[in-house]
Design a protein around this ligand. Structure first.
Ligand code: ADP
Ligand code: MG
Length: 335
């Protein structure tokens, strides 16, 4: 199977969204037609074998994850997905890999009405690079995009969904901890097929002051909001830790599995675990009802985990309001 046959067979499909994709796969460029009065939101993420995933990962799940991490960036900006391009380096044209990869990728694309409009295909070590294009309205000359730089002193700080379960699953894979099969199965879904919070991001337009998606760990990604907004924050470490779904299982009446996971370990996974793909955002105290409405409308749980403050820096508290030392470094590829 040659390069062009491969593209034809696995990635080219009849166009679905002709209104915004004026020209899809097949020419030198694709042509996108954003709606009048909108801006294009653009983001690119690369997944490298051995670095972001292991070679044994099910290709269907890998296809899902490659697009999910990109859609998560659109969600963080409050952008509606339009289209994406796919640059793929493959060691060989292996159909038993390509078919499920394309299925996982395109199933998530269809779920978000995001059309594959082009890309590049070459031979080489497995590497998947996706660029997504989304749409954000401009109202009265003002972009409605959610930015990292918009947090205000006094804002509430919120996180969607769960934290730390992806990291728990990674540690089980690495063999550093063991948990019951049911707990691992649930955590593994979070690591391998994360849910981009696109609907929540859209619902938070005009409500949130600032947002980011958590990919490298809660505190590290919060640091980007604080730095770009010129503010500080206090975070409740125990509330954040309670958002580990596996931890809730353990602390529930039935849970009995913990022999090898220390409380500090749980806290570390919640605060700096990484690969969560949840939305971390701030909103004025006066908008608490609007935040609850956005969470309900998008069927996405949201938890208040702290406050934004004028005093710079990050302060961690426990449930007794006692300070917790911050030793929760985030992931950094070159650190
Ligand atoms: P060029 O050499 O002009 O860059 P190519 O021959 O590489 O174009 O690609 C032919 C067409 O197939 C282009 O429209 C390109 O966007 C598309 N394409 C290439 N690889 C992929 C891929 N992995 N997924 C989707 N479209 C692709
Ligand atoms: Mg090319």
């Amino acid at each position: 199977m040659g390069e062009f046959e491969l593209i034809e067979r696995y990635f080219k499909r009849p166009e679905r969204h002709a209104a915004r994709v004026a020209l899809g796969i097949g020419d030198d460029c694709a042509l996108l037609q954003p709606a009048p009065g909108t801006q294009l939101a653009i983001s690119c993420d690369m997944l490298v074998e051995g670095r972001h995933f292991v070679s044994t990962l099910d290709p269907f799940k890998l296809g899902h994850k490659a697009l999910a991490v990109n859609l998560s960036d659109l969600a963080a900006c409050g952008a509606r997905p339009l289209a994406f391009s796919l640059a793929l380096a493959l060691p060989r044209a292996d159909e038993s890999w390509l078919a499920p990869f394309a299925q996982g990728l395109l199933a998530l694309a269809d779920a978000h009405s995001c059309e594959l409009i082009g890309g590049d295909t070459t031979q080489g070590p497995l590497n998947i690079c996706i660029t997504v294009f989304g749409e954000v309205p401009v109202m009265a000359g003002r972009s409605q995009a959610l930015l990292r730089s918009g947090a205000q002193a006094g804002d509430d700080l919120y996180i969607s969904g769960n934290l730390g379960d992806a990291r728990l699953a990674l540690e089980v894979f690495r063999g550093t901890v063991s948990v019951p099969e049911a707990v691992f199965t649930a955590a593994r879904v979070r690591l391998e097929t994360p849910t981009p919070r696109v609907a929540l991001g859209l619902a938070l337009r005009g409500v949130a002051n600032a947002a980011i998606d958590v990919s490298d760990g809660l505190l590290g990604d919060l640091g980007h909001i604080l730095q770009q907004s010129g503010v500080g924050a206090t975070v409740d470490a125990d509330v954040a830790t309670s958002l580990i779904a596996a931890h809730a299982y353990y602390t529930g009446a039935t849970g009995q599995f913990d022999t090898n996971i220390a409380p500090e370990q749980w806290r570390r996974w919640a605060l700096s675990g990484g690969d969560d793909y949840e939305l971390l955002f701030t909103a004025p105290v006066a908008r608490r009802e609007a935040v609850a409405a956005a969470a309900a409308a998008s069927l996405t749980p949201v938890t208040r985990i702290g406050q934004i403050e004028a005093e710079r820096g990050l302060r961690l508290m426990d449930a007794q309001r006692q300070p917790v030392p911050d030793r929760y470094a985030s992931f950094d590829h070159f650190a």
